[in-house]
Ligand binder design. Structure first.
Ligand code: NAP
Length: 325
């Protein structure tokens, strides 16, 4: 008999067909109140779940006694209680690698947009306010040759370093749990303590995961260590940053600008003070959001889930301790 899968993210017809070949699929196509009620109703029968952008806590998962695997269409796994899943021997998989390059592109888009004030000045043109040659009041700052500071030298951090080093001739400094000799060699990168990086980088870029350890990592004290020229980029998770402290740092001109793809609460409140500031470029969590990459992520998640439900070791298993030999 086919296993039951609850899908809470739409798949392309090809991937849907592949999933349906091996499983009975219940599609929850929106996560509004009605969709969540349908999800809760489907959980008691589910062997597998596939989706993203939903906090799957114990309260919800206690409704799913037969659950064997969750395939998250994301690399970040901060929406899951990994200890709980491991205790219940529910396999959790994610989608690393396939989104690395695209997310690094998003990081660089924010670096360029903030430094060269692309959004602010494009809006000026659109508003019909380009009436004379622009002057120093509209000038931006250079990207090439400036120091790129990367906090979290993992897959995405490394792809960002590659762009900065080879594309823009930027000296790269980084902070991570541990030094990365191979990265240092490839990009002539240098390890720094967190305070050193905050003081020395022209661009401070966050590319680390949200964990108990990183939540609130960048707050008032860290912004105070940056310089008035510093541009702050966050493509990791909003909660790594104390958003109130960020707003204060921008208002006090402790830093020059911020490029933000992620926020403490998403979607961002339209009344957020961040949106009153011309030197903030805010994007709606688009790190991996291209047609090609999202399809690759969904394909990766389908493969992971089908493997897990077939009793095979999935390629991208997050909670290895949940795997029974
Ligand atoms: P990764 O390869 O696991 O890299 C994360 C790096 O962060 C690791 O190298 C790790 O260092 C470092 N790190 C973790 N905790 C740290 C800490 N407390 N202090 C210093 N460094 C720390 O993950 P990835 O694939 O690059 O993805 C990183 C994160 O980006 C994801 O978890 C996700 O939240 C976010 N992301 C966002 C988007 C978006 O749409 N904006 C898209 C994709 C990913 P060690 O190697 O030394 O342990």
């Amino acid at each position: 008999m086919k296993k039951q899968v609850v899908l809470y993210k739409k798949l392309s017809p090809a991937l849907m067909a592949r999933l349906q070949e091996h499983a009975e699929v219940t599609l929850i196509d929106s996560l509004d109140a009605e969709g969540l009620a349908r999800l809760r109703a489907a959980l008691p029968h589910a062997h597998g779940l596939l989706g993203a952008s939903l906090k799957l806590d114990a309260q919800l998962l206690d409704l799913a006694p037969n659950l064997e695997a969750i395939a998250s269409v994301s690399v970040g796994v901060d929406n899951y209680d990994i200890d709980y899943l491991t205790e219940r021997r529910i396999l959790l998989t994610n989608t690393p690698d396939v989104l690395t390059e695209t997310t690094a592109d998003t990081g660089f888009a924010l670096i360029l947009a903030t430094a060269r004030r692309v959004v602010e000045l494009a809006n000026m043109v659109r508003a019909g306010q380009w009436q004379r040659n622009i002057g120093p009041a509209q000038f931006g700052s250079d990207v090439h040759g400036k120091t790129l500071g990367i906090i979290g030298m993992g897959r995405i951090g490394e792809a960002l370093a590659q762009r900065g080093h080879f594309g823009f001739g930027m000296p790269v400094i980084y902070h991570s749990h541990s030094p990365k000799p191979a990265v240092e060699q490839r990009f002539n990168a240098q390890y720094r303590s967190l305070p050193e990086l905050l003081q020395q980088a022209d661009f401070v870029c966050l590319t680390l995961p949200l964990t108990a350890e990183t939540e609130g990592l960048i707050g008032a004290q860290q912004f105070a260590q940056m310089r008035p020229e510093t541009i702050f980029i966050n493509i990791s998770r909003g909660k790594v940053v104390d958003e109130k402290a960020l707003i204060e740092a921008l208002r006090a001109e402790q830093i020059r600008a911020a490029g933000l793809d992620v926020f403490e609460r998403e979607p961002l409140d339209p009344d957020s003070p961040l949106l009153q500031l011309d030197n903030v470029v805010a994007t709606p969590h688009i790190g991996s959001a291209t047609h090609e990459t999202r399809e690759a992520m969904a394909g990766c998640a389908v493969n992971n889930l089908l493997a897990a439900l077939a009793g095979e070791l999935p390629k991208n298993l997050v909670n290895v301790r949940a795997w029974k030999d």
